[in-house]
Write a protein that binds this ligand. Structure first.
Ligand code: SF4
Length: 267
């Protein structure tokens, strides 16, 4: 089996949800505008480093969803996303704080690591380059609100950054956060992951894979009412036996689990 960060984190969030998604093939419909836009925007960022016109790439990629039935938050629209995306690309070029040498090699890096059980873990790292002249691993994020920066040290607890540091062996890591808001903003957040954190993450992966392989899929959203994670879970309809919820959120593709690590590309 090939595992990814998305799979492990979904299991840790709720094992039952993992079973629905990866064993039974219930996938969330690809209608979330922010998720779709994020993928298009990251293609434009890659184009920027490959000396292509990023605005053109954004327009082309996002343009293919102009008539699609995507779900937009209140006040959002296809045009607004495009406008914010173009603004962010210009801002990114103006700041000029990130360098990626040999972009063909150092963007969307496929990294594979063997697990003790004969399985493997795969990650696609957004970029390896420099932020303000300092070498680091970089993860792009597009979001509608700023990432919290306080208290100091918070970033080093980010499980996805720890995962990428563990699999790549690169301890200096950064998030470049493209914030879509009224006045678009880019956050450049860097931190260092310790060897101890990577060792602990490795143990977490091994124990999680062990639980998956022994078929442990109890339902638990982890948080009590009113912060119940079930309310935002795409599999809620299956747990409630509510067909209307199932039809509105999910699509079933049984037998696709061997390729589920590809989800990593959508993060
Ligand atoms: S609705 Fe709650 S219990 Fe059911 S899969 Fe989702 S998070 Fe788990």
């Amino acid at each position: 089996m090939t595992y990814s960060y998305t799979q492990i984190s979904q299991y840790l969030r709720c094992p039952r949800s993992y079973r629905y998604r990866y064993l039974d093939g219930w996938r969330e419909k690809d209608t979330r505008s922010s998720m779709v836009f994020g993928r298009c925007f990251e293609s434009a960022v890659s184009a920027y480093f490959s000396k292509q016109d990023p605005t053109h790439v954004l327009f082309k990629e996002w343009g293919s969803y102009r008539e699609a039935q995507l779900e937009y938050a209140k006040g959002d629209s296809w045009e607004k996303f495009l406008q914010q995306g173009i603004h962010l690309l210009h801002l990114f070029a103006q700041h000029d704080r990130v360098r990626i040498r040999r972009p063909q090699k150092n963007l969307q890096l496929k990294t594979v690591r063997g697990l003790g059980s004969g399985n493997e873990f795969i990650a696609y790292i957004d970029a390896v380059g420099e932020l303000d002249g300092q070498p680091c691993l970089i993860d792009w994020k597009t979001t509608s609100s700023r990432y919290p920066e306080e208290p100091q040290g918070l970033m080093a607890l980010d499980p996805q950054l720890i995962c990428y540091s563990w699999i790549s062996g690169i301890r200096d890591v950064a998030l470049v956060v493209f914030v879509r808001k009224h006045l678009p903003e880019i956050q450049y957040l860097r931190t260092t992951i310790t060897d101890e954190q990577c060792k602990e993450f490795s143990q977490l992966v091994e124990s999680t894979v062990g639980q998956i392989e022994t078929g442990q899929f109890p339902p638990h959203s982890g948080i009590r009412f009113p912060m119940n994670g079930c309310t935002s879970c795409s599999h809620l309809g299956l747990c409630l036996g509510n067909q209307q919820f199932v039809d509105s959120k999910l699509i079933r593709r049984p037998g696709a689990s061997d390729l589920d690590w590809l989800d990593q590309l959508a993060d």
